[in-house]
Design a binder for this molecule. Structure first.
Ligand code: GDP
Length: 368
């Protein structure tokens, strides 16, 4: 009888035949206790992405399973990388089930962030993705802010049903589940079982809730839009904020350019002098220059003065793509998914933003 094994990282069915499709491991690796597919292994240890079709049926089967259950769906999203937190077509997978969002990493946002405006933006964006959410809760799984409230909301919205926790990789789903486990801990009756169910569609750690229902942790879902897949661990450490972002204000004239390290270029093309407020990891250097010099500066100094990216990352980083905006309303944020955002204070500015291909760049009403 053939055993069916599942990758502990992404949930793909393990196979040893075809290196170019999902769930591949060399047969020698089958002896390990915890099996993760080669793709997840590389991602984890080398930060390398293998080109494998993620829309494989294994994977969508798993998501479809959610729609067949009568359950509350809890989707963890990264506030800092909202676009990268999105699963394409997610609303089609979950059927009629209610969804609540846990908006994680709130600790990174400046204290002065207007939570209501932020919430509105999240609702609106979710709706654009076809998803109507019941509620949005802010939390920091890592700093243990709002975790208990999130658990209470989950309990209130589930109406006695099972709960499925889903999310893309890197949004902080494991951190959250671990915090939940700590909450459950100490009560003998509520001991956590960590179990894999080979051959079933959702392999899980599963937490008993007090009325006999269960909480399932679905495998993290890879999202190729996340920059984490393209940069080295070293670079990523510098790029991502680790604590509350401090705004940096620049008074710019038109024809000036800002480089945020070597990852982002912002040209202020036309408009009256204006304030640009940058919200990025505090240690990232922001370099101001004349627009006419920007091209040369980048080609001479990317990977050196303009870093991260390191030279190494630069070689495999997707090329810059230009996004053009006309800022129509006062206080508009240009959001660079996964990196941060820039607030343009006065209306009327024409701005061009260069970001690596695949990185989401969009506008929203300022949240500060
Ligand atoms: P998963 O792939 O969704 O399970 O994500 P992890 O739980 O492994 O977390 C991904 C990364 O985000 C890790 O580097 C965590 O330390 C970090 N992280 C998780 N939760 C938070 C949070 O609330 N705030 C911040 N700043 N970082 C977090």
């Amino acid at each position: 009888e053939e055993k069916s094994l599942i990758c502990a990282g992404c949930g793909a069915r393990i196979q040893t035949e075809d290196p170019s499709s999902s769930g591949y491991v060399p047969s020698s690796a089958l002896k390990r206790n915890v099996i993760i597919c080669q793709r997840c292994f590389r991602l984890k240890h080398y930060n390398e992405v293998q080109d494998i079709d993620l829309d494989n049926t294994d994977f969508t089967d798993k998501l479809h399973e959610l729609g067949k259950r009568n359950a509350l769906i809890v989707k963890v999203v990264d506030l800092f990388d909202f676009e990268g937190s999105w699963i394409s077509g997610f609303h089609r997978y979950i059927g009629e089930n209610d969804v609540i969002l846990l908006a994680n990493k709130v600790d990174l946002l400046p204290k002065s962030t207007n939570k209501n405006k932020l919430k509105n933006w999240i609702y609106r964006t979710a709706k654009e993705h076809g998803l109507y959410v019941k509620d949005i809760l802010f939390m920091s799984a890592e700093k243990n802010i709002g975790v208990v409230e999130a658990a209470q909301a989950m309990d209130a919205y589930r109406n006695g049903k099972d709960v499925y926790v889903t999310g893309c990789t890197n949004v902080g789903k494991s951190t959250f589940i671990n915090k939940l486990i700590q909450e459950f801990d100490g009560d003998e009756e509520q001991l956590i079982t960590t179990s894999h169910f080979p051959g079933t569609t959702l392999d899980t750690i599963d937490l008993p809730l007090d009325d006999g229902s269960r909480l399932y942790d679905t495998p993290g879902i890879m999202n190729n839009k996340q920059m984490a897949h393209y940069v080295t661990k070293q670079d990523l450490k510098q790029l991502l904020p680790v604590k509350e972002i401090k705004p940096r204000i620049f008074q710019l004239n038109s024809q000036q350019t800002l480089f945020v390290a070597g990852f982002l270029r912002v040209d202020f093309l036309r408009g009256d002098p204006n304030s640009f407020v940058a919200y990025f990891a505090n240690n990232l250097h922001i370099h101001r220059t004349k627009q006419e010099k920007a091209e040369q500066l980048y080609s001479n100094h990317a990977g050196e003065m303009l870093s991260p990216p390191s030279k190494e990352t630069l070689e495999r980083m997707p090329a810059f793509v230009k996004h053009s905006f006309k800022i129509k309303k006062e206080k508009t944020d240009i959001v660079i998914s996964g990196f941060g955002w820039i607030s343009v204070i006065e209306p009327g500015a024409e701005v061009e933003v260069y970001a690596p291909e695949g990185v989401g760049v969009s506008l929203r009403e300022a949240v500060i």
